[in-house]
Write a protein that binds this ligand. Sequence first.
Ligand code: GLU
Length: 556
Amino acid sequence: MITNKQLADIIFPDIKETIDDLEKRYPERNLPEGAEVTRFAPSPTGFLHTGSLFTSLICRKVATQSKGIFYVRLEDTDTKREIQGSGEQLLSQLKIFNIVPDEGYLGDHDEGQYGPYVQSKRANIYRVAIKYLIEKGRAYPCFCSPEELEEIRRDQEKNKQNPGYYGEYAKCARLTNEERVERIQKGEPFVIRFRSTGNHLNKIKVNDLVHGDFEIAQNDQDIVIYKSDGLPTYHFAHCVDDHFMRTTTVIRGEEWISSLPIHVELFEAMGWKAPRYAHLPVIMKVDEATGNKRKLSKRLDSEAAVSYFLEDGYPPEALIMYLMTIANSNFEEWIFANKFEHMEDFVFSFSKMSLEGALFDIGKLNFFAREILVKKSKEEIYKTALEYSQKYNPELLDLIERNPKYFMDIMNIEREKENPRKDYEKYGNLPELIGFFYEDRYNNIIKNPLPFNEKFTKEVISETLSALRDGLSYDLDEQNWFANMKAIGGSHGFAANNKEYKANPEAFKGTIGDVAELLRITLTGRKNSPNLYYVMQILGKAECDRRINLVISLLK
Ligand code: GLU
């Protein structure tokens, strides 16, 4: 008779290490009371998802707050889905958001005593653990072919049974060790399955830091824990790695809640204490086609990828601030009170996290972004806009490089004052917003019809513009300049204010507001622009006159 121990030795003859050896190699961490060890465990299968940035933000925060450790582990066991280089990219993107791990996989190298931190380099560690489970009778080789598994699935469907490999359907669970060894020696391919002792009809109690206590059906599935390529599956790797890396709190997306019964049983079978879990709500959006809420989708939504915000030139701090409002309901009030500064001082708590998936709100992100950009000096704006445009936006780079001082002057309009204007939320749309300051771009803009108010005839517009061209002084301060414009408007039939106009609308062509709008549209091509006084100061009289003449000639 072949014992489980002998079976384990036949399957893993080279594995001499034991669980005890690993316990010694990866001892409990020596950290202060209450310190949390958290991890971000991305798979290198593509870009950094906005949801993953959210998770890693919380991981970093929880570790920092408790004087613990935050590390990164690269989960690359699904070799078919791996995209070369994406691991490095994930790490460099996290860094842009100032999320820097204390240890682990750092992109180009590992750091820390609990490594390797890349799962494909941990194959022998998993083998030690799997060998142990085989010896204990809690794991066995399964020889079922894809066709056999498909047949089982069809049977289950027909009999209205739960799908999966369990109970009576788990036929390899019932092989004798002699049969197993014979098939292995014949060279039949196999995977290793966990032997569950659970029953789907029983409920287990679990605790989650976000969701509190709840009951969930016990696991009864003999899941695959070791694939024929020699690597473990996610479930098993999670259990082994979070144990030996001494994670105290597993923070991950809500989609993993349904796997919790598997994880609970795996930890029990290994004889280990499971970590605490915090399953974070998923970020949702309203589907434009159906009007229903759904998870942000990699395929459908550009805002699902963190790179979208970087490419669009959002200040990274804004996205972090925005994600924090999703994380804790009291954050928004706190950051207002703290004037959008020092968010590192905010104390995060799982109990203040909403259970409902948060709806992604680009309006709110824009709001934070404006608050952040308005605080930057013109030199900081120049530096960050330059860095951004060098990486992502040649059009903006061209404008900045033509004349850095000119760019800074534009961006400085009404910036250095008590209540600065919050005109900008990102750098990506700057060419569109400030393009009119540049002659060639202005000349292109006015090839299209200008958005003048239709109540004014071409003659009235031309007349008013000529009067402004000839009468408006460039040597006055803002207040006197405006008075100057009022006077010119007055002598051409425009009321000095709304009140005057409303009292006797027949007597006027319009108001001073209309005059300013005519001039603004003429000089910028837009109905909205930064403060017109400063726009004119920056453009200078010669260029303003040129523009006015050009528009008048187009009106003819
Ligand atoms: N590799 C898994 C993922 O990318 C990690 C989940 C976890 O944090 O445990 O979804």
